[in-house]
Design a protein around this ligand. Structure first.
Ligand code: URA
Length: 272
């Protein structure tokens, strides 16, 4: 049987998707507002036990309308699998729209951006029995600290574990293979420390299993496909199981903002 995510049919999530900040809050020079907001991935039905906060959606996310579904998402899915968490999670991003360029200080301090994120955090923490929060990268960690300073957050005492953003090794190594190996090792070591804290904090995993830590580099099985229950109905398997099927294309920056090219991976269509 094929499962799927029924979408934002129940309150408070229905209202959150009916009324969201637009380009008056997320400036078009800093965000790819043209691709629309992308809200979440995972359970909204009360069964989530781990809440993850990512950074911002990329091109795969713009196509499938769920967050953390590409390389970063499949690495995150593998991280959750090591904790015995296969479906009892929910994820939101720090930003609703894809970041264009660097994030200026005025955006980091934007009360309107934070207010809407806080509405989601309050909705999730109220409706799900969250046992641990995982923040991916420094912007998500800062977003959690801003939430922690609000009066609403005082109703919830949940441990937060910050981890290195899953694609930080690539962004920090700028194509240098030696640096990429070092950054990957550093990240996986940090993730191992985080896994130990989380393994102790999560009381209701989907599977009880001993903690199997990462090595110094990616190993087979470390990346895990996103389950069909996380996607709108009818999405082809290759969109869940592979990553580089969507890329921004065009000769200049404006064209790249306007175009995402989707390519079905080799082998999916047989030679006819
Ligand atoms: N995609 C997301 O939705 N969030 C991230 O942090 C990275 C990729």
């Amino acid at each position: 049987m094929r499962l799927f995510d029924p979408g934002y049919v129940e309150e408070p999530f229905k209202s959150l998707c009916q009324d969201y900040p637009d380009a008056t809050v997320y400036p078009i020079e800093n965000f790819r507002v043209e691709w629309g907001p992308i809200f979440h991935r995972g359970r909204l039905d009360g069964s989530a036990r781990v809440l993850l906060i990512g950074q911002d959606p990329a091109q795969n996310e713009a196509v499938v309308r769920r967050i953390l579904v590409g390389e970063a998402g499949q690495r995150t899915q593998g991280f959750l699998a090591k904790l015995g968490i296969d479906r009892s999670y929910v994820m939101i991003n720090t930003f609703l729209y894809s970041v264009y360029g660097n994030v200026p200080a005025k955006i980091k301090k934007s009360a309107a951006i934070a207010d809407y994120r806080h509405r989601w955090l309050k909705a999730l923490l109220t409706t799900q029995a969250i046992e641990a929060v995982v923040t991916l990268g420094s912007l998500a960690n800062e977003a959690w600290q801003v939430w922690q300073a609000t009066p609403d957050s005082q109703d919830f005492a949940i441990p937060q574990v910050p981890i290195t953003h899953p694609t930080r090794p690539e962004s920090a190594s700028d194509g240098d293979p030696q640096k990429l190996r070092e950054e990957t090792k550093t990240m996986l070591n940090q993730w191992n420390t985080a896994l130990q804290t989380l393994h102790a904090a999560i009381n209701h995993p989907d599977r009880e299993q001993p903690l199997n830590l990462y090595g110094d580099s990616w190993q087979p099985g470390d990346k895990v496909a996103i389950p069909d229950i996380d996607f709108p109905p009818g999405l082809p398997a290759w969109m869940r199981e592979t990553d580089n099927w969507a890329r921004r294309s065009g000769k200049n920056l404006l064209a790249k903002r306007r175009n995402i090219t989707i390519t079905v991976p080799k082998g999916v269509v047989p030679k006819l």
